[in-house]
Design a protein around this ligand. Sequence first.
Ligand SMILES: [Cu+2]
Length: 128
Amino acid sequence: MSSRSSVKIVIIALGIVAVLGFVGFFLSQRGEISEKNVLVINMTSKQWEYAPSEIRVKEGQQVLLRIKSTDVPHGFVIEEYRINAFLTPGEIVEVKFTANKAGEYIYFCNVFCGTGHPNHKGKLIVEK
Ligand SMILES: [Cu+2]
């Protein structure tokens, strides 16, 4: 293979990468548009409380919880929504769900995190 043709191959490869990059960019932009209706809630978990300790949303709302433990490992469970997340300290864990069941639901920690663990909980309120 001449060095000339390998230069061509490199240029073509770079072209393909550039095109894929643009396609990816536009697709991600479109994704953001459809994600506009998602309510993003940043949460923290620590011994022995969640902040916020109460979340109130409208029925049908798409919700993205971004939860970060600021001390030790915790859990985050909403049984009725089949949510069960493990919170590694310092990491943001994303929990996405559609609040399609009106009512009040307890979210709680299911990872033993010390003496206050049984009271480590909060409340999700889904309004009709
Ligand atoms: Cu706990």
